[in-house]
Ligand binder design. Sequence first.
Ligand code: AMP
Length: 271
Amino acid sequence: MIITQPKDFPISHTQSTGLVPTMGALHEGHLSLIRRAKQENDRVVVSIFVNPTQFGPNEDFAKYPRMLDRDIERASSAGADLFFTPSIESIYSSQPSIIKVPGVTEFFEGELRPGHFEGVATIVSKLFHIVAPNRAYFGMKDLQQCAVIRKMVNDFNEPVELIFCETTREPDGLAMSSRNAYLSVVEREKASNIYAEMQIATKKLKEQGYSNEIFLEAKASLTNLGFQVQYFDLVEWNTMKPSTTVSTESFIVVAAKLGSTRLIDNLKVLG
Ligand code: AMP
């Protein structure tokens, strides 16, 4: 069933509901979230909404891939029961209220994409109110997004359990992303070096402990391959602050552009 209006959404008081929020152009990463949600809930809701408020003025909102029929087919095969595909007008009033999540948005994506996490937090909160899920599923591919949503849910006592899922990768290690479709053949071949450099850096961190050289070398390798590296850093996941000590909360986080395509990825340092 496809629901397009927030007021028409059939909230269930008897069946448990898992929500998988997406912007569509579904790939195996999205489907892994849907399969997990299906295992843990009576019904699975997939929202497909290219959310304009999380795109900056010079970002790819207009060209973001849209393929609703194919998405519905794929997601249904993975176990989705209900689709929520609202129009922009049904979601946002002319002067919408927005949610701002401080602290965890200070660096990385929050710093480079002003307003992005306000857009994310606002749409996710709205989806929680519209769908009233018992559980909501998010990919660790977007690590800072997970930290933002976790803080929002805690701060607002939202009655939803958050499930953060492993990143699904292509065989060569590239994290699956709807934006990978923008890559040329040559860029696609190079793109897996992000994962390779994160692996090299995690190995060095484990063997030698933190040093700034590890990160300079990784950035230099990617730059030599033609990437424009925006950050390649160590972060504490609970605070999303840059860090110089390795702990169980440590992740390497990367954002790099190949041509006009911006890729982000991360890797847990320990375990
Ligand atoms: P998006 O459609 O890009 O907004 O992503 C929808 C959800 O799928 C988010 O929770 C993402 O973190 C998650 N996701 C995207 N790519 C992957 C991936 N490669 N593996 C696992 N989850 C992913």
